[in-house]
Write a protein that binds this ligand. Structure first.
Ligand SMILES: Cc1cc2nc3c(=O)[nH]c(=O)nc-3n(C[C@H](O)[C@H](O)[C@H](O)COP(=O)(O)OP(=O)(O)OC[C@H]3O[C@@H](n4cnc5c(N)ncnc54)[C@H](O)[C@@H]3O)c2cc1C
Length: 432
């Protein structure tokens, strides 16, 4: 009898999950998730690595995952411990033959995986899956990571021409009831992770819950109930409300929905409702997401270095007062301030806002871009290592922007917030 364990990371879903599919081939299947204490500590730039918004979203996600696994008769064990301190012990006590997990290559994540492998019994097989992409690494038209183009458009055009999208996995079939193992583990509370409970700000553009079911509900709403997808390209630069863009990023970031699922839902929408520039554009943006994953594979830890992947030797400042003003929305620029207050109060900021505040921080104030990226890593509800550091490099002149643009935050505000609605919402809270 073979026993496998699904070691969940940023792939917190049951549906269309190659890791789950692989593990389910064994006779007995367990699952485990670790709230790694290192993720809740202070990072080298002085920010809590995970702020309360993402922590809450993650807890909700794991609760839904546990429930969805129970329906398959799979027990989810949950620990607030370092994986390398616990998983080797579980492997031994449950006689686990195989560990199935999502592949990771950024250093913090891959170091943890290596350490677990080092400490586990040498007979344990580790199966790693590259299941977080739109275009699977085995399908892209580049022979090695070194060939990943420095410019997104080149990457996109080649992928669009040569890659055929893989179908989604069919839904997993439940295991027999005797597959279950007794569990006395419990999902920690927000307080256990070091936060006080809090209510979502009523002005938030992201008032959603974490978890696979919630992600699918969001697709139902945005695609099918309101048909907002048919206008996505026209509205995606918006700043106010829940529906100017898909808002799928937080679920994508922790893997409670797959990009394939979204892709094939777009295709179904195109077949059944309408196919236009707007529907294409959602897939276009998912290609950006993939691109930054390939950029981080190509360049490794260089994406976290001050000179970035362009190895540019700029003169950066790191002024504490400037940081305090930027984080708290007290700069000279009211558009930047409104966006930064929204971020601080909700963990969310629009793409338009992110580009402006990042450019303001690194290009206008000429402050060390990594401090800004690190603050985003802490506070964003949808933090994703590849998208965050990739976009920050891009906006700071050390990444993949061939034009090295600087945002004029004044004209951006006039264009995207001409009637001050967005700025009033965050700068004059008493009105709302
Ligand atoms: C400085 C900066 C930091 C960012 N940090 C993150 C981050 O940590 N996590 C994150 O998911 N996105 C990040 N982004 C990208 C983008 O802002 C968000 O993905 C987007 O705003 C999320 O909203 P949405 O889901 O409604 O996006 P939509 O506009 O509906 O797009 C659909 C999906 O496409 C992907 N996508 C869209 N734009 C980008 C982009 N520029 N780069 C990569 N993927 C993209 C996302 O997965 C998104 O959910 C960052 C952008 C900037 C400028």
């Amino acid at each position: 009898m073979k026993t496998s364990i699904i070691w969940f990371g940023n792939n917190l879903r049951v549906k269309d999950n190659g890791v789950v599919q692989g593990a389910m081939q064994a006779d007995r299947v367990l699952a485990v998730y670790f709230f790694d204490p290192r993720q809740f500590q202070i990072n080298p730039f002085g920010f809590k690595k995970t702020e309360r918004f993402r922590a809450k979203f993650l807890l909700e996600t794991v609760q839904q995952l546990k429930k969805n696994l129970e329906e398959l008769n799979i027990t989810l064990l949950v620990y607030h411990e370092k994986p390398e301190d616990k998983l080797p012990e579980l492997i031994e006590s449950y006689n686990i033959d195989q560990v199935h997990l999502q592949n990771e290559w950024t250093s913090e994540e891959s170091d943890v995986i290596s350490e677990v492998q080092r400490r586990a019994a040498s007979t344990t097989m580790f199966h790693k899956y590259n299941d977080q992409f739109l275009f699977h690494p085995d399908d892209i038209p580049f022979d090695s990571m070194a060939q990943i183009p420095q410019v997104f458009t080149v990457f996109r055009k080649k992928c669009e021409k040569y890659v055929s999208m893989r179908p989604c996995f069919s839904n997993p079939i439940s295991k027999p009831i005797d597959n279950r193992v007794p569990s006395n583990t419990k999902i920690p509370t927000l307080e256990d992770l070091g936060y006080s409970n809090f209510e979502t700000d009523h002005r938030s553009a992201f008032p959603f819950k974490g978890g696979e079911d919630s992600a699918l509900q969001r697709i139902q709403h945005y695609f099918w109930d309101t048909k907002k997808l048919a206008y996505y390209k026209k509205t995606r630069n918006g700043l106010l409300g829940t529906d100017y863009s898909s808002k799928l990023s937080a679920w994508l970031a922790n893997g409670s929905i797959s990009t394939r699922t979204i892709y094939w839902e777009v295709k179904r929408f195109e077949a059944e409702i309408t196919k236009n520039q707007d529907t294409y554009w959602l897939i276009f943006e998912l290609m950006w997401r993939d691109y930054f994953k390939y950029v981080s594979q190509k360049h490794g830890n260089q994406i976290f270095k001050i000179d970035g992947i362009l190895e540019k030797d700029y003169d950066w400042d790191s002024d504490k007062t400037a940081l305090n003003e930027w984080v708290n929305g007290k700069t000279q620029d009211n558009f930047v301030n409104a966006n930064m207050i929204e971020l601080k109060q909700t963990g969310w900021m629009s793409n338009r806002g992110r580009q402006n505040v990042a450019s303001y921080w690194s290009k206008h104030l000429q402050q060390d871009w990594r401090i800004g990226a690190s603050y985003f890593e802490s506070i964003l509800i949808d933090y994703d290592v590849h998208s965050n550091w990739g976009n920050w490099m891009y906006n700071s002149g050390v990444g993949n922007d061939p034009r090295n643009r600087t945002f004029n935050t004044k004209s951006q505000a006039e264009r995207y917030d001409p009637d001050y609605k967005f700025r009033n919402r965050w700068l004059q809270p008493t009105l709302f």
